[in-house]
Ligand binder design. Structure first.
Ligand SMILES: [Zn+2]
Length: 651
């Protein structure tokens, strides 16, 4: 493995022959064949483009073809390769710098340049510019974009018949359950469209769908109010896009080795106090199979600063975890607190500012009392956070870090570190620092992995492949908790769950956030997640992990991580429910099947499953359901929202 390319990726392989370029990275292949944008994108073993992706330029009513295409190699390192493309159309030229990174991320830095327009000889006439990615139908049935319009809303799911279109969004992904294509950009500063015209759309066309970004539907403002001359030249209009086919890596096969509980360390000895039977909470976690604890924010005296309230006490706690075979991650996040030592000097650089110039967030906590405001990783805070992470991992013996919101490019208008822009009407507009967040989390991944650690990250409704590629696992679902509690079945949207919470489309390892209570015990969360090969992550106290423990144990024993998986939506799934509102996905390994079965049917406790001929009933876990076999029909007495793992063996 190369020093420049961290596991699990491999070096970029670039071959170039005239105007043909092929870039291979882990799991994906991009080809440019005399084209400005890729003419072929292969991922997850299939071609996802139905025709070459293209840049389109319109002059008056006519779309002009790009000619004079010339490719130039610039550099080819193991971690990235760079080449440029030059071309002309009408009286513009375009210069594109393409960078291919090892995680399959392509940066397209595009300059659209007026050409031979001096002294009005050939006045600029460009009045339309857009990009298209024609996708095959089977590779574009699901979509996701960020941000959502409401915190608890969904911006994911099955693409409706008429397609999906939206105003500017910094990220849009189209794909299917096991792959897809995401496009990102930070700003709409140079996107000029008529009011109401969508910027991003995914619409049916022919046998497939076109993913389209509209950039201009008029002559750009920058070229409109004067003539081009030597002493007062018209400059290019520049755009930067990130393009990334997914999955970005193989979904980790050892995911059942992360039996994580989300804990709240408050600098007391709650975890280490024996009960009447002499068992501490740590002992109980161990008995339940827990092998990772995440300590939430209160472990640090300063929010997100990585310094324990009482250092020796915290070190002891980490040692006690280790002595029980439990590894520890601790909270870092998206905030900078007023009690940080350099608050006065750093706040204006570190913090995110809204267009009015105000801070955002402002979380309040005690022990010790402080407020913490949201940071922007385009500022100096990115480096500051990495220094604090290094300190905490070295000083306390942490095995990794939990990062709250760190992989999300929150909108920011803080000019001090280059965010935001001033619109022609004088108003300040925010931008989304996707590229800065990506640089930060890439460096964070290299740092933490270099120290033998791992990174878990929490985000809500932001499934951004260019940043999440650099997390080992992600913790998702906070934004839908209340909706699920209010009306589980009313809110249930399985295609959205498959897009945003399953992780297989991006190659990521998810766990489901579950604030459990009487309206939503953790088994109910498991009934939604387990059929997607995902488990809810238990929270504080031994009860929730005790409820999840049987699933952990069975899935580990079966070897679900490297089993073949047959999801409920595929026709060849070997176990099929014959009762409405029942779902079943099946692991297959070593001639055995393990069916994850969830009933969302509150009308009946009788669930019928059609099982393969010759299958004998094995263990049922947790075994609240009872089963009777009648030929190829398995009759279960099974409660809604209490999922079971049912083993089938063949003699
Ligand atoms: Zn910023």
């Amino acid at each position: 493995m190369s020093e420049k390319v961290p596991a699990p990726w491999s070096p970029v392989e670039l071959t170039m022959n005239g105007t043909y370029i092929c870039a291979k990275v882990w799991g994906r292949e991009y080809v440019w064949d005399n084209s400005l944008l890729p003419s072929s994108v292969r991922t997850a073993g299939r071609e996802i483009l139905s025709a070459p992706a293209a840049l389109h330029a319109r002059f008056g009513r006519e779309e002009a073809e790009f000619k004079e295409i010339v490719f130039l190699p610039i550099s080819a390192e193991e971690d990235k390769a760079v080449f440029t493309v030059c071309a002309s159309a009408g009286n513009i030229i375009v210069n594109i710098r393409w960078t291919v990174e090892y995680d399959g991320y392509l940066e397209m830095a595009l300059s659209v340049v007026p050409y031979w327009s001096f002294w009005g000889v050939s006045p600029v006439a460009l009045d339309g510019l857009w990009i298209t990615f024609p996708l095959t139908c089977e590779s574009s049935g699901l979509y996701h974009y960020w941000p959502t319009d409401r915190y608890d809303g969904l911006a994911s799911g099955a693409v409706p018949e008429e397609g999906v279109s939206t105003a500017f969004k910094p990220y849009f992904w189209a794909g299917w359950e096991f792959g897809g294509l995401g496009i990102t950009t930070e700003t709409d500063e140079f996107i000029e469209l008529s009011p109401g015209k969508p910027c991003v759309s995914l619409t049916p066309e022919g046998d497939g769908r076109i993913l389209r970004w509209d950039l201009l539907d008029r002559k750009p403002r920058a070229w409109s109010d004067r003539e081009d001359s030597w002493g007062d030249a018209l400059g290019p209009v520049d755009y930067v896009f990130g393009i990334q086919a997914t999955p970005v890596k193989e979904q980790r096969r050892d995911r059942m080795e992360f039996r994580i509980v989300h804990e709240s360390y408050t600098c007391d000895d709650r975890l280490l106090m024996p009960d009447e039977n002499g068992k501490t909470l740590l002992d109980k976690y161990k008995d339940n199979g827990v092998n990772w604890l995440i300590f939430h924010e209160s472990w640090s005296a300063m929010q997100n600063y990585g310094q324990a309230v009482e250092e020796e006490r915290f070190q002891t706690c980490v040692r006690e975890c280790h002595s029980r075979g439990i590894r520890v991650m601790a909270y870092f996040g998206y905030e900078y607190p007023t009690n940080a030592p350099l608050w006065h000097e750093k706040k204006d650089d570190y913090l995110l500012k809204n267009p009015a110039g105000h801070f955002t967030g402002g979380w309040q906590r005690h022990n010790p009392c402080q407020r913490a405001y949201m940071v922007c990783y385009a500022g100096g805070y990115a480096e500051g956070m990495r220094e604090r992470v290094k300190y905490a991992m070295e000083h306390y013996g942490l095995d990794g870090i939990y990062t709250d919101g760190t992989y999300v490019p929150w909108s920011c208008a803080n000019a001090a570190h280059g965010c935001g822009y001033t619109a022609p009407d004088g108003s300040r507009r925010p931008t989304f620092p996707v590229f800065a967040v990506r640089r930060h989390v890439k460096a964070l991944y290299e740092l933490v992995h270099g120290m033998g650690g791992m990174i878990d990250t929490h985000q809500s409704s932001c499934l951004l492949a260019p940043t999440l590629a650099f997390a080992d696992s992600f913790y998702n679902g906070e934004s839908i908790q209340e909706k699920l509690k209010e009306s589980f079945l009313g809110f249930l949207n399985l295609p959205a769950f498959r897009t945003e919470y399953m992780g297989k489309n991006l190659g990521l390892f998810p766990q489901m956030l579950a604030y459990t209570d009487s309206r939503m015990p953790i088994e109910k969360a498991a009934s939604l997640s387990l059929i997607h090969d995902v488990l809810p992550r238990p929270g504080v106290g031994a009860e929730a992990s005790a409820a999840v423990a049987p699933y952990w144990k069975k899935l580990c024993a079966f070897g679900s991580g490297d089993a073949e998986w047959h999801p409920y939506w595929e026709k060849d799934c070997p176990v099929r429910p014959e009762t409405e509102h029942v779902y079943c996905s099946v692991y297959e390994k070593d001639g055995k099947l393990l069916a994850a079965v969830s009933s969302f049917n509150e009308e009946t406790d009788t669930v019928l499953l059609r099982i393969p001929e010759g299958a004998a009933l094995g263990e049922i876990v947790p075994g609240i359901a009872s089963a009777e076999r009648d030929g190829c029909i398995l009759r279960l007495n099974m409660k809604a929202f209490r999922p079971e793992l049912i083993e089938l063996v063949f003699s």
